[in-house]
Design a protein around this ligand. Structure first.
Ligand code: ATP
Ligand code: MG
Length: 388
């Protein structure tokens, strides 16, 4: 027996005003269309996908934001006898000797029968047809056979596959994502994507203060995240940051190395954002996770940009972040051995004094170096990343 259609459920979009809902639904459908070949039909709260390749489509749907769940289904006419016959076919394959089962039915208005009628009739027919299998009805724990009767068709399925949820990618504008390749930043970027943001990922290449393996790890993590960027561009920008890191090491008091490193990243991210219509910057920072991630340091870092800095992981525990990283399969690549940044001093300031930071910044000529590197970068690449 082969499936006829995949029924796709989307949640939050259904709650928006009609105009916004239409925009969101169309974006979700377009995102699906970029990776799945086949016909698509839309009804309120549901999308029906008739893919050319079911296995492939089911895998792709697991990576598309804005989908609550989906089910491969059989599609029949919304007639009670027709439904019962199809349910019997499904039960023949799906239920084994001694199984308990239940029919979970729902139906839209406009039919001469109720959902209870559907459940009762299908249940009774199964018990009668497969007497020798010794089946039982268990309304709480039985294996489910779902019947969803809509206006024009009825859908029968046995599986509800969880989607990523969130909002369709690209419905909330664009942000620059600071992607280090460690465990945190890919998860932070994923969470912004989940809320519908297109992300422009940027990696700062601090070689020789980081290893080649560090850069390779960032690229690999980027490739993993790219799998979720269905429907939107997701091109990695690698910004050469070695000269700036070197300047910091040689000219900035070592307790402020990390603060200046992040200030520089945000200043450059802002330049990249302006050129690509991005409305914010996302980082994987977390309150108190490492010595440099204190409130006063974050204040001193955030001050470097006028754009909002989004930190979706701010309040997460490390094990929660690790669990998410595993779930989105970035964990294994993020934990590849890549060494750490050798510019980081033994002791970093846990409390930054913003006046002092600004004074050091002014006197050291830090901003001139940043400007030079930004100018050089854009002249050389003229940013080949796509705008939002
Ligand atoms: P991560 O696990 O994401 O590496 P972390 O906990 O190690 O983060 P830091 O090294 O202090 O924390 O970095 C804080 C944030 O700054 C990162 O989450 C990331 O968003 C950004 N960041 C750090 N290094 C880089 C880099 N080389 N390129 C781009 N962004 C970076
Ligand atoms: Mg890190």
């Amino acid at each position: 027996m082969s499936w006829d259609v995949i029924l796709i459920r989307y949640g939050e979009i259904g709650l928006k005003s009609r105009r916004i809902r239409r925009i969101f639904e169309n974006k979700l459908i377009n995102n699906i269309k970029t990776v799945v070949d086949g016909k698509i039909k839309k009804e309120r709260g549901r999308i029906f996908l008739y893919p050319e390749n079911f296995e492939d489509a089911l895998e792709k749907l697991k990576k598309i934001f804005g989908i609550v769940s989906f089910s491969p289904c059989y599609e029949v006419e919304p007639d009670l006898d027709v439904i019962v016959n199809k349910v019997l076919e499904v039960a023949k394959e799906y239920l084994s000797e001694g199984d308990s089962f239940r029919i979970v039915a729902r139906r839209s208005n406009g039919h001469s029968f109720t959902s209870v009628d559907v459940a009762k009739k299908c249940g009774a027919a199964i018990l009668k047809e497969f007497k020798e299998k010794n089946l039982k009805v268990d309304l709480k724990k039985g294996k489910e056979i779902y019947v969803e009767v809509r206006k024009n068709k009825a859908y029968i399925f046995t599986e509800i596959i969880e989607g990523l949820k969130g909002l369709p990618l690209g419905t909330q504008g664009c942000v620059v994502g600071l992607l280090s390749g460690g465990i945190d930043s890919p998860v932070a970027i994923f969470l912004m994507m989940k809320r519908g943001c297109k992300v422009l990922p940027v990696f700062f290449d601090s070689r020789p203060y980081i290893s080649d393996a560090y850069v390779e790890r960032a690229k690999k993590v980027y490739e993993k995240l790219k799998e979720y960027s269905i429907g939107e561009e997701f091109e990695l920008i690698i910004f050469p940051y070695g000269r700036i890191t070197d300047f910091i090491v040689k000219n900035i008091p070592s307790r402020y190395t990390c603060v200046f490193c992040k200030r520089g990243m945000l200043k450059i991210a802002e330049e990249i954002a302006k050129r690509n219509n991005c409305l914010g910057i996302v980082t994987g920072e977390n309150l108190g996770q490492v010595a440099s991630q204190t409130l006063s340091n974050m204040l001193a870092i955030t001050d470097a940009t006028t754009l909002p800095v989004f930190r979706p992981l701010l309040t997460y525990d490390k094990d929660e972040i690790m669990a998410l990283a595993r779930k989105i399969s970035t964990y294994d690549v993020s934990t590849l051995d890549a060494g750490s940044c050798t510019a980081v001093p033994d002791r970093v300031a846990t409390k930054s004094f913003i006046d002092e930071v600004l004074k050091i910044e002014k006197e050291s000529g830090f901003n001139d170096i940043i400007k030079e590197e930004v100018k050089k970068f854009f002249k050389e690449s003229d940013s080949d990343a796509e705008g939002c």
